[in-house]
Design a protein around this ligand. Structure first.
Ligand SMILES: Nc1ncnc2c1ncn2[C@@H]1O[C@H](COP(=O)(O)OP(=O)(O)OP(=O)(O)O)[C@@H](O)[C@H]1O
Length: 578
């Protein structure tokens, strides 16, 4: 196989051959390097496609030498000596010119005289003829290059089309006039185009970066409609394809950000105790108020669930609920997470800027969980946001008006923190406009019955197990326990029990978690009362022994204890666990 195959453009070569033949008053033939006749005029036309390797001595010489051969004495020339037709050669002259491409011979063009007239013409105008033929061979090699270039482009386009069709982001490949050359399904549906949109002009202009950290924001105008998208425009070094637009609609980008943020539980509050009924009434009363709410209570009492219930029963239910755990985000990042930043606001910041959680929550609710862990310098900033109802991105001085309802939560004693100088008193009063207390489970024991039933149902469904009943005494044990980890601990205990439950579907005392031994022996509370801190320390130590101290180990511990990794580190520090 040769690199260049002249047969691919044989029709065009034949057209040239015919033209040259007329102008030069001679016959023309073109052969490739295998001495196959590609084109031919007059006498040679019928012989196109024939293999000439047994003859064609002159051509062989031209191919090997890469030089032109002018034969004025065909049959007698030394190059004709071995030719079987040398004795009865009908030619009066022959000019054989190599067709060169990249310094490689890809074929030979032969100009052949068959009568004296053409011989005479040649003799008179040899130089002109040679120039002319040179031009023609150059044309042929240019045609060959173009042929491969187009073929390359076609397969390149095909490959690009296939690749693009696999991408979930919207992709448009535009030509130099910003007309669509390639589009994928996502781009078509986002811009409301049909699949035959090739050739349609797309106008795009920067929209100024407001939301996304990983792309620029653009308006795309198509069919008289304007779309607001986030993405990237890649330039291409290609004469036909000019740029690639990769983007997603702003709504999707915002909701992706939102999905990343919202890991909250949106279940409903279970419990029929007097206390829980009161809580539900209170939620109803306040859900439409725009005042700030502070939910206090031990860990696992359902503070976040209360916050989402307020959201769902209020008039902001159709807008966002953005939850941010102030303890889980490193102090250095918390400020930019909350307020956002503009391009190049600080070293290491994404060069395009990013929306903050306050802005993202606009017209909805922001839930500031573990507000007691907020560093004091940020407390004053939060206070300012709450007072002025505007937010300013880091690195910018533009104030963005906010219509956000704030719900904060903490398991810390903020009044004590104020006394210790760790929490700003003015912020506390700003937050504590509507205080809600999430009671510990042991202070609303009736709920244990409802919650146990609720979780039994959830986990037996989840694990596809049939639950029949609970052995007498099991519920008493659960009711008597003091649940330091509150509802979260109860949920974990029930999940464990359903795992342990035999095929008879009966929850026995044996299915209770081992660590329940504190109250398991006789169904009564262990007479040695431990502090919560002691219990937490014990559990963390146990988990460290089981899973080890590696980063992965700690991840698993955090999962098992149902707390965040940041909380685990904080607690290890607090209890001086090495
Ligand atoms: N009354 C309830 N009904 C149903 N599920 C509940 C109830 N209270 C809490 N839960 C569940 O218990 C778990 C812990 O609740 P949540 O995260 O709201 O507690 P929290 O007080 O915010 O905890 P932390 O202070 O540790 O963040 C969640 O899975 C929640 O759905």
């Amino acid at each position: 196989m040769h690199r260049y195959d002249l047969t691919k453009i044989s029709d065009e070569i034949q057209d040239y051959a015919e033209a040259v033949s007329k102008i030069a008053n001679a016959e023309v033939e073109v052969v490739d390097v295998d001495l196959r006749r590609i084109a031919g005029t007059g006498y040679y036309k019928d012989k196109i496609g024939r293999d000439m390797s047994s003859k064609g001595y002159v051509y062989k010489h031209v191919i090997e030498s890469k030089n032109l051969a002018v034969i004025t004495n065909p049959g007698e020339n030394e190059l004709c000596l071995n030719c079987p037709d040398a004795d009865n050669c009908v030619e009066t002259f022959e000019v054989s010119t190599p067709i060169l491409l990249d310094d490689e011979v890809i074929g030979v063009l032969g100009l052949i005289g068959l009568n004296d007239l053409s011989r005479e013409l040649l003799d008179k105008n040899l130089d002109n003829y040679l120039d002319f033929i040179n031009q023609i061979t150059n044309f042929i090699s240019t045609m060959m290059i173009n042929y491969y270039r187009e073929e390359d482009t076609a397969s390149y386009m095909e490959a690009l089309k296939t690749t693009v069709s696999y991408l979930s982001e919207a992709v448009l490949v535009l030509d130099i006039d910003d007309k669509i050359r390639i589009s994928n399904k996502s781009a078509e549906s986002q811009l409301g185009l049909d699949e035959n949109c090739q050739g349609m002009k797309i106008n795009h202009s920067p929209a100024g970066d407001k939301v996304a950290a990983d792309g620029s924001e653009y308006y795309i105008d198509v069919n008289g409609h304007r779309k607001y998208v986030v993405g990237n425009i890649l330039g291409m070094e290609n004469p036909k394809l000019n740029k690639i637009l990769i983007f997603d609609g702003i709504k999707k980008v915002k909701s992706d950000l939102y999905d990343l943020t919202s890991t909250f539980d949106t279940g409903s509050i279970i419990g029929s105790s007097k206390e829980t009924k009161q809580l539900l009434d209170q939620i109803k009363l306040i859900s439409n108020s725009n005042s700030t709410i502070l939910i206090t209570g031990e860990s696992g009492t359902g503070k976040e669930l209360i916050a989402t219930s307020i959201w769902k029963s209020g008039d902001r239910a159709n807008n966002r609920f953005i939850s941010i755990n102030c303890a889980a985000i490193p102090e250095t990042l918390l400020e930019s997470e909350l307020f956002g930043y503009t391009k190049g606001a600080f070293t290491g910041a994404d060069s395009r800027g990013k929306i903050g959680k306050f802005e993202l929550a606009n017209s909805g609710i922001i839930f500031l969980d573990e507000i007691g862990d907020m560093p004091i310098h940020l407390q004053s900033k939060i206070l300012r946001v709450l007072e002025n109802r505007v937010v300013t991105r880091l690195g910018s001085n533009k104030e963005i008006p906010l219509n956000v309802k704030v719900i904060a939560a903490t398991n810390k004693d903020l009044t004590k923190m104020i006394r210790d100088g760790k929490f700003r008193e003015d912020l506390y009063y700003r937050l504590n406009v509507i205080p809600i207390e999430a009671l510990p489970l042991r202070k609303r024991k009736e709920d244990i019955i409802d919650l146990t039933q609720f979780f039994i149902k959830r986990y037996s469904n989840l694990f596809n197990k049939k639950y029949v009943k609970m052995e007498p005494g099991v519920l008493d044990t659960l009711m008597d326990y003091w649940w330091p980890g509150n509802v979260r601990e109860l949920e974990n205990a029930v999940e464990f029990m359903i795992n342990m439950m035999g095929p008879d579907g009966i929850l026995t005392k044996e299915t209770l978690p081992k660590d329940f031994a504190l109250s398991r022996n006789d169904g009564k509370i262990d007479s040695n009362i431990r502090t919560l801190a002691e219990l937490e320390k014990m559990e963390i130590n146990k988990a460290l022994n089981k899973y080890g101290r590696s980063t992965d180990g700690k991840k698993r511990i955090a999962e098992t204890l149902n707390i965040g990794v940041a909380t685990l580190y904080r607690k290890m520090k607090q209890y001086e666990i090495e």
